[in-house]
Design a protein around this ligand. Structure first.
Ligand code: NAD
Ligand code: IPM
Ligand code: MN
Length: 355
């Protein structure tokens, strides 16, 4: 038997509610297999910050590095100044664990309500850069609070950082049936960073003659995502564009409560971290209203990443069957914040299908 050593960070708000459902399904998926799960929960987030003033200590970080993977719920709370936990905990983890691929698949399950009138088949994956760009924290402000304040955030794009995520995206496109890669950027304005991304994609494309390469400016990409989402297969883009596009991608595929993600360190030098795309949703927290499907789908991504492809597929199939059942209801609950089934009931239903 093998042991999967999993670090768990429920975090804040609905993170505390959706993570137990993810773990429930993980146990069900591995029951009777060769693999046993050993979970270690980390007290990180708003409560810890209020108590100790700490977001993520070096000791926490060193400990987290020893696990096979990390499952995270969400961080951020209205009682904590904006950015303290988002930067000090979540982004610090992505950066320190060198999770440069933020993998965010979007799949429209049959029957799931979407705001699109004619969605067609939606099955694409956003490969979002995870360690650079405008998230790098490269900026500052002078004359703060005065009418003369100047605040800057400078996007950092390194040849090294762009090439490694672009290579990952090409490999992903080559492995998918459509063999199609779209670079999304804003090369018409951001000529420096955009130039680096465009040149990198054009160069790596030479190694992948079977992959059809497209380019779209990010503003136009938000249009195509709602008018013709079927045109996308693999999207590669920078950290902020990827953040924004993947909330939109969640919305068109049944809601942010269904959208999964993995923060991947492909080389395995550090553990990868799996989390729903959504945040702590303070507007619905503590009431059993959150949809745990995004977290459960993130568990499937984790299983796949760890080499348990069969178990990952079983979880995905269970989700898709559950979605079909929910869609066959009155069609109002899938992925929205107005659920007829509670958080735990959805977790139970998906776990039972694996039983
Ligand atoms: P959010 O994703 O938390 O919520 C946006 C909307 O989606 C809300 O109306 C919410 O009720 C709904 N929603 C989110 N998850 C849902 C689910 N599972 N089921 C049903 N409805 C769901 O984004 P926000 O309101 O902009 O941010 C709230 C806090 O979360 C902030 O502190 C923000 O920084 C943080 N945040 C954290 C993460 C993360 O941990 N990865 C991601 C996004 C936002
Ligand atoms: C996400 C979130 C985070 C991001 C925030 C909370 C730092 O929005 O995971 O999409 O911007 O990456
Ligand atoms: Mn986001």
């Amino acid at each position: 038997t093998q042991t999967l050593n999993l670090a768990v960070i429920p975090g804040d708000g609905i993170g505390q509610e959706v993570v137990p459902e993810g773990l429930k399904v993980l146990s069900a998926a591995l029951a009777g297999s060769e693999v046993t799960v050993a979970t270690t929960s980390f007290d990180l987030g708003a409560a810890r910050w209020h108590r100790t003033g700490e977001t993520l200590t070096d000791a926490d970080l060193e400990s987290l590095k020893t696990f096979d993977a990390i499952l995270l719920g969400a961080v951020g709370d209205p009682s904590v100044p904006s950015g303290v936990l988002e930067r000090g905990l979540l982004l610090r983890l992505r950066f320190e664990l060198d999770q440069y691929v933020n993998l965010r698949p979007s799949l429209l399950y049959p029957g799931v309500p979407t705001p699109l009138a004619a969605p067609g088949a939606i099955d694409f994956v956003v490969v979002r850069e995870g360690t650079e760009g405008l998230y790098a924290g490269n900026g500052g402000t002078v004359r703060e609070g005065t009418p003369h304040e100047i605040a800057t955030e400078v996007s950092v794009n390194t040849a090294f950082g762009v090439e490694r995520v672009v290579r990952y995206a090409f490999a992903k496109a080559a492995a998918r049936p459509a063999h199609h890669l779209t670079l999304v950027h804003k090369t018409n304005v951001l000529v420096n960073a955009g130039g680096l991304w465009k040149r990198t994609v054009d160069r790596i494309a030479q190694e992948y003659p079977q992959v059809r390469v497209d380019y779209s400016h990010v503003d136009a990409a938000t249009i195509y995502m709602v008018t013709d989402p079927g045109r996308f297969d693999v999207i590669v883009t920078d950290n902020l564009f990827g953040d924004i596009l993947t909330d939109e991608a969640g919305a068109i595929t049944g809601g942010i409560g269904l959208a999964a993600s993995g923060n991947i360190n492909p080389e395995g030098a550090y553990p990868s971290m799996f989390e729903p795309v959504h945040g702590s949703a303070p507007d619905i927290a503590g009431r059993g209203l959150a949809d745990p499907t995004a977290t459960i789908a993130s568990v499937a991504l984790m299983l796949d990443h760890l080499g348990y492809a069969r178990e990952a597929r079983r979880v995905q199939d269970a989700i898709s069957q559950d979605m079909a059942e929910r869609a066959a209801g009155d069609g109002t609950d899938a992925g929205t914040s107005v659920l007829r089934r509670s958080t735990a009931a959805i977790g139970d239903a998906i776990a039972q299908r694996l039983g």
